[in-house]
Design a protein around this ligand. Structure first.
Ligand code: C2E
Ligand code: CA
Ligand code: CA
Length: 750
């Protein structure tokens, strides 16, 4: 403790403030000199107390002791002044001793004191002050050597040289040597100062750099204790509830995600969440600065990045779903279906068989039109669900465009004949689907191809199913692919192109087939379309179907009806009141434009109600559609006569006779040709006539080819007869030629 006190008092401890070395050094030297002098005077004071008769010395000593203690006391506060006073005391005392005292010891003491003056001055003041002190000492030297010179010539040299040696050594040599040391120390100190300043600058720069890395950064030790955190890091990890506290650890703020381990900050990259807000994600990246044993960690808020990543992933998933599946039914789309089937085919051994078929829901456009898109979509959805439920798990189902569904059914080793396969397919197709409480009758067309006789890949099989589908009719809804179909389709395609030009150029002509009363008089006509391509008549059954497929029926019907109306107008003027029946397949009636035309025609020409009849074919499946029924009711209300054509052949139930407001029932040729020999057919015709009568409908029998048939039908009560027996169809122009000459003959009838 005493040593520490002394060290502190004499300012010799090692942790002295930097930059004030010179002052400290001078103060320290002053205190040491004063303290030692005080000690000596104190000892001599004590000593003189024990020597009697030394009163004057005692009192002078006491004065000096007090003076020195006082200086020592004030040296702390007024160092410079004290130093000056100390030197003055030294000089004055020395000079007084030198000049006034005769005592040899006193003189020696004074001289030593004076000669040590430059050294003390150098310690307490500057080098210049030291030089002044050196110069002052020339006088005592001179005083001493002049004395020695006066003593005697023989002693001159040794005494003088002794004096000179003392003078030079103490007064010049020592102060200069000490000055040199002090100078070195001073230059070292200033060098240190420069280094210290540089270090300080570097530290400040580092601080600034750390604070402004632009990234939230932490400095932590191996155990995760945060030694430093820049403002961004503090803002990031602490929130309004919890303020950042220095000396906390990383685990106070962050929890690691995944299996990065307990010391997650030691790994290169770690994913974390904030402890307080687990929805905030933080990524920790460790900088490669570990030489100092600490970790510099850069933090990044990856919450948004993760959200974007997740969004991206879900978009990718959606895209992949879009690329592979139908969004409504979630069934594989065309491409994915083919992929799955091909995969299955590859897995199967070459002996296995299978069937591919495309199911098309019929009249879906009508459904859309009547119930709206949403309900129609529900139909598709319900249908796809039922299909999936009814087909075996082995089957692959896909949705092609629109209302076409594709199925691939592996049949194993058994080869199903067409009839069995049709029964199988039939059993999976729902005949009714309930949507929004109402039950809809469903119709399908199916195109079927066998694997592997009709195709070896999914794509090939699908193409052949499509071809077969093209050939499905309202009667044969299940159509099987065969090799001839391909050529037939190509031919049809060519014919379709020609037909479309023919319809646009109005090259389809009207022929009329007379309808007669039981006594053989022409009472009406049926208009039949005729098309001659390359000098050859194409049967209407063919080209009407092609026109229907190409959606050209409404245009064809419009052209024909307009032509008919022109003729009928002339007949009207000529008082030829023979009506003409016009065939409608259904597509025409579904067309808003054609329906409007019929309504306008009757509005403009009210007499048309008696002249233009509409024949609708029961076989056409569109005819079962409620919209057609609605339109037919309107047409009937406006006065048109409506005939149900080919009655008995179609799929329409008898009940639909009630829905369609028909006035005429046409018994199909199929029931007439077996007459009169076949009793069963006679009965059918008979009951049909009775049915018509009960419904207050007129009956026309068509396809009468013999006299017997004609007589029989007349006898059964048939009102109107039509067939080659009476007349074959002939061009309209035959009847209108020469100012309607032939038609005019008919006026006699009425
Ligand atoms: P359909 O409406 O049943 O017309 C009667 C068909 O029977 C006509 O055939 C006619 O020539 C034929 N026929 C009449 N009497 C006899 C007979 O005694 N024996 C035989 N073997 N056949 C007889 P066509 O003209 O070939 O017409 C076929 C079908 O084409 C028509 O059947 C009709 O469904 C359709 N069609 C004809 N013209 C048009 C039209 O302008 N529009 C529409 N949508 N369909 C038409
Ligand atoms: Ca007809
Ligand atoms: Ca017919």
């Amino acid at each position: 403790m005493l040593i520490n006190f002394l060290k502190n008092y004499f300012l010799v401890s090692s942790d002295q403030p930097l930059g004030r070395e010179e002052k400290t050094f001078q103060q320290s030297a002053l205190r040491i000199l004063l303290a030692l002098t005080v000690c000596i005077f104190f000892i001599s004071e004590i000593h003189s107390l024990f020597i009697p008769g030394e009163l004057s010395f005692l009192s002078i000593n006491s004065v000096y002791l007090c003076l020195l203690i006082g200086l020592l006391y004030f040296s702390k506060k007024y160092a410079k002044v004290t130093a000056v006073l100390f030197l003055l005391t030294l000089v004055t005392t020395s000079f007084l001793l030198l000049t006034l005292s005769d005592e040899f010891h006193a003189e020696k003491y004074a001289l030593v004191s004076l000669y040590s003056l430059p050294l003390i001055t150098r310690l307490l003041f500057s080098f210049r002050a030291c030089l002044v002190a050196m110069a002052i000492n020339v006088y005592p030297f001179f005083l001493m050597t002049s004395d020695s010179l006066n003593v005697g010539q023989s002693d001159l040299a040794p005494s003088f040289y002794f004096q000179l040696l003392t003078f030079v050594t103490l007064n010049i040599g020592l102060p200069l040597a000490v000055s040199r040391i002090i100078q070195t120390l001073e230059s070292n100190a200033s060098h240190m100062k420069v280094l210290y300043r540089k270090l300080n600058d570097n530290y400040a720069m580092y601080e600034e750099f750390f604070e402004n890395t632009g990234t939230p950064s932490l400095l932590c030790d191996q155990r995760g204790k945060i030694l430093k955190a820049n403002q961004l890091a503090r803002d990031l990890i602490s929130d309004s509830k919890r303020k950042y506290l220095p000396d906390s650890t990383i685990t106070d703020w962050l929890s690691p995600l995944g299996d990065t381990g307990r010391f997650f900050w030691q790994s290169n990259v770690a994913e974390c969440t904030l402890k307080q807000k687990t929805n905030i994600h933080i990524e920790i990246r460790r900088a490669a600065l570990t030489q100092h044993g600490h970790y510099v960690l850069h933090l990044q808020n990856t919450t948004q990045l993760r959200a974007i990543q997740q969004e991206l992933e879900s978009t990718q998933q959606t895209n992949s779903r879009l690329a592979h599946f139908d969004l409504l039914t979630l069934l594989p789309n065309h491409r994915h279906f083919c992929h799955q089937v091909n995969q299955r085919i590859d897995e199967q051994d070459s002996h296995l068989t299978g069937a591919m078929f495309i199911i098309r829901i019929s009249h879906f456009k009508l459904l859309n039109k009547q119930y709206g898109k949403d309900s129609a979509n529900k139909v598709i959805l319900n249908f796809s669900k039922m299909l999936q439920k009814r087909l075996s798990e082995q089957a692959i189902i896909g949705r092609l465009r629109g209302v076409k569904f594709s199925c691939f059914v592996p049949l194993g080793q058994t080869y199903l004949i067409q009839k069995k396969l049709s029964t199988l397919i039939h059993s999976i197709l729902p005949s009714q689907i309930t949507v929004d409480g109402s039950r809809l009758n469903m119709d399908y067309h199916v195109g079927i191809a066998y694997y592997h006789t009709d195709g070896k890949t999914a794509e090939e099989l699908l193409e052949h199913c499509e071809m077969a589908l093209e050939y499905s009719t309202s009667i044969d809804r299940f159509s099987y692919y065969n090799h001839n179909l391909e050529n037939k389709l190509i031919e049809e395609h060519k014919l379709g192109l020609k037909l479309s030009t023919a319809i646009k150029n109005k090259e389809i002509s009207i022929w009329l087939q007379p309808q007669v009363t039981p006594n053989g008089q022409i009472c009406s006509f049926e208009a039949l379309a005729r098309w001659q391509s390359n000098g050859k008549f194409i049967p209407p059954t063919s080209f009407i179907k092609i026109a229907e497929d190409l959606g050209l029926l409404p245009l064809l019907a419009e052209n024909l009806v307009r032509e008919l109306v022109v003729t009928l107008s002339q007949w009207q003027k000529e008082h030829i009141h023979t009506p003409i029946a016009f065939n409608l397949a259904g597509q025409e009636l579904m067309n808003d434009g054609f329906f409007a035309l019929l309504m306008t025609l009757i509005a403009d020409n009210p007499w048309l109600t008696n002249m233009l009849e509409l024949e609708i074919t029961e076989t056409s499946s569109v005819m079962t559609h409620p919209l057609i029924h609605k339109r037919l009711r309107s047409l009937s209300q406006y006065g048109y006569s409506i005939a149900i054509d080919d009655f008995g052949t179609g799929q329409a139930s008898l009940g639909q006779l009630v829905d369609i407001p028909a006035d005429i029932l046409k018994i199909d040729r199929r029931f007439i040709s077996p007459l009169p020999g076949d009793q069963r057919h006679i009965d059918i015709v008979k009951s049909t006539i009775q049915l018509a009568e009960s419904l207050n409908m007129k009956v026309i029998a068509e396809g009468i080819e013999t006299k017997e048939q004609a007589n029989l039908l007349a006898a059964l009560g048939c009102h109107t007869l039509q067939g080659y027996y009476f007349a074959k169809p002939s061009p309209l122009s035959d009847w209108t030629a020469k100012d309607n000459a032939k038609a005019k003959e008919l006026r006699m009838v009425y």
